[in-house]
Design a protein around this ligand. Structure first.
Ligand code: AMP
Ligand code: ZN
Length: 487
């Protein structure tokens, strides 16, 4: 029997699949780079968040205690540009900060709705960058004390200089680097590698915070180092993000955190590959840019998207297409139908069904073994799913021929449940809330609204949402509802 707890992952630091040895046996800490909340996240972002969910769920299903953190980037150039555009030039800083907060609150809410619709388990902590100003400032001061940061024109930069470790993650070629050359942009490519900004002196029209270097705001890279160190302390098992974050974001995080700590910080760096659309990079100008809401508007169940993503290996480029999404939905229907069949009582043998030599109990044991061997090998979801799908074929044939007993059916369902702790796509149907109960809650909400009890009306809407029910308030005062996760 495979040791279920021995999981391996591809570590970008070593470019090898390695067994994961946690800092504390049986426990895993994971820091995930989260979204910049300035708009609805797109399906590419969602692929990365689904990969992070897969990682967490796999460790949990294998018996680990997981503590995970996903940050929300709530200050950056794009957020400032979009949130401040309607403010007058002479607006007070307080008003600027408040407006930015209200703007990012809206998109945080939208982001959480998408996460819920995709059954992404909420991270243990979700810190917002602007709540960690003190920690960021403290970290930059430490870097200054250690000679790793310098001031210039009201800003503070990280001195990459001849730091021996810089480039350990991205393996960047540093031969062309000019000492003292620096960039202010948070995102830049390998060719312009140089000293990077930790604290940006304020410019007109921008919200600012006070600091030992005057008014300004943090750079993007320092945000993640400060939050990760604050949440988890000086050692971390796993740090994740999409592949585009390897350089410069994660390289710079390592420089900052290890620079301040004076020693190694993260043991495993794990990166998810990109999503493309029909072979092209997603972009608004190409008209191939989608959010989860766009898919739902086209009639797709968010869980079909989840399943399409999780059916592919997280380190392979995923080429999104609507045909692919439809195919995923068909496979998912097959799994759900099979589950329903196994939950039902045994039927009568079908006349003329081919003789099946399958022994259900040992067949389930074999599928479980295959499933976990695949998952333990760098989250090989396509193989893990193949183990389940061939089980479906074999058990269906056996059930046609000689129906499985109740006990055998329960064993099949137990494996489906075990796999669904990771895939979260074929849950038990029997627990679905009956329509009448939903209608009753909708009526109660209508009455609360009529009584202008908005808090109660919101609470009822949230309760329905937690049950996977979304409401559509129509102009004529009626309410339509649908299950977000169709069965
Ligand atoms: P951002 O909000 O731009 O910081 O991105 C949030 C996360 O989405 C990061 O981990 C990115 O690496 C990831 N990401 C951005 N675009 C894509 C894409 N097309 N496919 C997969 N992940 C992406
Ligand atoms: Zn980050």
């Amino acid at each position: 029997m495979t040791d279920l707890r021995a999981l391996s992952l591809f570590n970008t630091l070593t470019r090898r699949v390695e067994p994961v040895a946690p800092l504390v046996p049986g426990e895993i800490t994971i820091y995930n780079c989260g979204p910049t909340i300035y708009n609805y996240v797109h399906i590419g972002n969602l692929r990365t968040f689904l990969f992070q969910d897969l990682l967490r769920r796999t460790f949990e299903a294998a018996g680990y205690r997981v503590r995970s953190c996903m940050n929300l980037t709530d200050v950056d150039d794009k957020i400032i540009r979009d949130s401040q555009k309607d403010l007058p030039a002479g607006a007070e800083n307080d008003a600027r900060l408040r407006t930015m907060r209200a703007f990012t609150d809206t998109y945080e809410q939208a982001f959480l709705e998408d996460m819920d619709a995709l059954r992404v388990v909420r991270p243990t902590v979700m810190p917002r960058a602007t709540d960690y100003l003190a920690q960021m400032i403290g970290l930059i001061e430490t870097l200054e004390r250690r000679g790793l940061a310098y001031r210039r024109d009201g800003s503070v930069y990280f001195r990459v200089g001849d730091l021996p470790n810089y480039g350990c993650l991205s393996r960047i070629d540093r031969s062309g680097m000019q000492p003292g050359a620096s960039v202010d942009a948070d995102e830049y490519d390998r060719e312009s590698a140089s000293d990077f900004v930790l604290w940006k002196g304020t410019r007109d029209g921008e919200p600012w915070w006070d600091s030992p270097w005057g008014r300004g705001r943090p750079g993007w890279h320092i945000e993640c180092s400060a939050m990760a160190l604050d949440v988890f302390g000086p050692r971390l098992d796993i740090h994740t993000g999409g592949v585009d974050l390897v350089f410069p974001h994660h390289e710079n995080e390592i420089a900052q955190s290890e620079g301040a700590l004076g020693r190694a910080w993260v043991n495993y760096w794990v990166h998810g590959e990109f999503l493309m659309v029909e072979g092209e990079k997603m972009s608004k100008s190409l008209g191939n840019f989608f959010t989860l809401r766009d898919l739902v508007a086209k009639g797709f169940d968010p869980i079909a998207f989840r399943f399409a993503i999780q059916s592919n290996h997280y380190r392979k480029l995923y080429n999104f297409s609507f045909d692919g999404l439809r195919a995923a939905r068909t496979t998912l229907d097959r799994l759900r139908t099979f589950r329903g069949r196994m939950e039902e009582e045994p039927g009568v043998p079908r006349e003329g069904a081919p003789r099946s030599a399958v022994d259900p109990r040992s067949r389930v044991a074999q599928a479980r073994e295959e499933f976990w061997r695949a998952m333990a090998d760098d989250l090989n979801t396509p193989e893990a799913l193949a183990a389940i799908l061939t089980l479906v074929t074999d058990i269906n044939a056996r059930d046609d021929d000689r129906p499985l007993t109740r006990g055998e059916r329960d064993e099949v369902v137990a494996l489906l449940d075990e796999a669904d702790r990771i895939f979260a796509a074929w849950p038990r149907q029997a627990h679905e809330t009956p329509d009448a109960e939903i209608e009753a809650l909708i009526l109660a909400r209508r009455q609360a609204k009529a009584a202008r009890n908005w808090a109660e009306a919101d609470r009822l809407r949230d309760e329905l949402k937690a049950m996977g029910i979304v409401l559509e308030d129509r102009k004529d005062g009626t309410v339509r509802w649908k299950r977000l996760i169709s069965s």
